[in-house]
Design a binder for this molecule. Structure first.
Ligand code: 5GP
Length: 120
């Protein structure tokens, strides 16, 4: 079965200000911050402020305004970091087989170099 949301997860702690992050942008719906172990010159994580484990939970349960706000934040980050001209990649790991490590829905944004062909 699907795991319950654990409010002690690391991104929940970042949202509560209990541990620091390198913030890129924030509004009432979402927070964007640099990944602690970047896999590209730009590697940003975007998270909604609500408590959702997975993309499926988020899109099924969050208010439409929160979903729109989240995706607008993804676009804002790409624009503000100058990634629109050359492009960038969005990725989200869902669950155990995909290697999801943090149980708070997040989208990775990679850019700043030519990215290889995506492979599973
Ligand atoms: P995923 O759950 O999609 O596999 O990846 C979680 C991501 O969170 C990883 O890329 C990892 O480097 C990042 N991460 C884990 N802990 C922290 C942290 O405390 N701060 C930040 N900024 N990133 C983290």
């Amino acid at each position: 079965g699907k795991p319950p949301y654990d409010p002690a997860n690391i991104f929940a702690r970042i949202l509560r200000g209990e541990i620091p992050c390198k913030r890129v942008a924030e509004d009432e719906h979402a927070l964007a911050f640099h990944d602690i172990a970047p896999q590209a010159p730009v590697h940003v994580l975007v998270i909604p402020k609500g408590a959702y484990v997975s993309a499926a939970d988020f899109h099924a349960e969050a208010p439409a305004e929160a979903i729109a706000g989240f995706w607008r934040m993804v676009g804002r980050v790409a624009r503000e970091l100058g990634l629109e001209e050359h492009g960038y990649r969005l990725l989200s790991n869902m669950g155990e087989d995909a290697g999801q490590e943090v149980g708070h829905f997040h989208v990775h944004l990679f850019g700043g170099r030519r990215l290889g062909r995506m492979v599973p």
